[in-house]
Write a protein that binds this ligand. Structure first.
Ligand code: PEP
Ligand code: MN
Length: 346
């Protein structure tokens, strides 16, 4: 059986070392049949080396000019591990930024239902300063007898909303058979909680040329979430946004338990941006703002929030959607807290 090597060593170049010195290290690695992945940061350049451990051990990497340190990557996740990237990853979509000092405010309906509802929501969230528009076209519903989403028709409505507001589109992909349709219309591909460990789907979006918003599964540990992200990164797509959206616990007073501790851990473990979905975690609109405040304070890089012009008529997740009429006030408060954290809306 073929062995699949993972990055094993991190070569950290000294501050002040030159590009030629880094190139020299990379050339020596390549000559030895070792893959090199380079990350040039504000303060240092780091090179991750992938190859057989025994072979890597024979290379005199510490002796090459400009090399400060050679470290093993001990974690099971490699490409998404914090040490592998010199700086936090910033995801750029149509001039919008998310990550590092840029905070993403992604908002929109749970499901795309009608043209009027989609455009009204898009206008409201754009006016409030949201940075991207969310909306479900293919919906993962617990009951097969409830609204399943408008599919491709919804994707077209989202595209119309983008044409009018300029907001990039975030929408969920559930099935590899819909990859082409979703890629044609979406700017960011959402992988929902229920597909968080659908490894074939993860590999599929890993080969796509669009950023991926990867939600944590209902019963997925932080390490499992990072390994899921590794599946995407391994295929070449490292534009990944992680999302904490609440997990299953014994607690029933909220729909899920928002695990803000996981956000703090993720910020420590990975260079990828981490956002929070307070809507699905809470399950009720009165808790969305307090949870959003806490998410900003814990260091999240963004929020994804559900809002609907008339939540009482929504075909999915009505109780947790904020009326669009109230979204402006919500966004204004988020913006102030984001500034307190030394960040700004991207
Ligand atoms: C959604 O964002 O619409 C959604 C279904 O979320 P999750 O996958 O987190 O349940
Ligand atoms: Mn929803």
């Amino acid at each position: 059986m073929a062995t699949v090597h993972s990055p094993e060593l991190l070569i950290v170049m000294a501050p002040g070392s030159t590009g030629d010195e880094a190139d020299h290290v990379i050339a020596r690695l390549q000559e030895a049949g070792v893959d090199a992945r380079v990350s040039v940061g504000r303060e240092a350049t780091v090179i991750a080396a992938t190859g057989e451990r025994e072979l890597l051990a024979t290379l005199p990497l510490e002796g090459y000019p400009g090399v400060a340190q050679v470290l093993p990557i001990l974690k099971p996740y490699k490409l998404v591990a914090r040490e592998v990237s010199a700086d936090p990853t910033v995801i750029e979509v149509d001039g919008r930024r998310l990550g590092d000092t840029w905070f993403g405010l992604i908002a929109g309906p749970c499901s795309v239902e009608t043209r009027e509802q989609t455009l009204a929501t898009a206008r409201a969230v754009a006016a409030a300063g949201a940075t991207m528009l969310r909306g479900g076209a293919f919906k993962p519903r617990t009951s097969p007898y409830t609204f399943q989403g408008l599919g491709v028709d919804a994707l077209e409505l989202l595209e119309e909303a983008k044409a009018e507001t300029g907001l990039p589109i975030v929408t969920e992909l559930m099935d590899p058979r819909h990859v082409e349709d979703v890629l044609d219309h979406a700017d960011v591909i959402q992988i929902g909680a229920r597909n968080s460990q659908n490894f074939l789907l993860l590999a599929e979006v890993g080969r796509a040329h669009k950023p991926v918003l990867l939600k944590r599964g209902l019963s997925t540990s932080v390490e499992e979430l990072l390994m899921a992200a590794e599946y995407i990164a391994k295929e070449g797509n490292e534009r990944i946004i992680l999302c904490e959206r609440g997990i299953k616990t014994f607690e029933t007073s909220t729909r899920f338990t928002l695990d803000l501790g996981a956000v703090a851990v993720l910020k420590h473990e990975t260079h990828l941006p981490v956002i929070v979905d307070p809507s699905h975690a809470a399950g009720r609109r009165d808790l969305v703002l307090p949870l959003a405040r806490a998410a900003v304070a814990v260091g999240a890089d963004g929020l994804i929030v559900e809002t609907h012009p008339r939540p009482e008529e929504a075909l999915s997740d009505g109780p947790q959607q904020i009326p669009t009429a109230e979204f402006g006030a919500f966004a204004a408060e988020v913006r102030e807290l984001v500034a307190l954290m030394g960040k700004q809306l991207g």
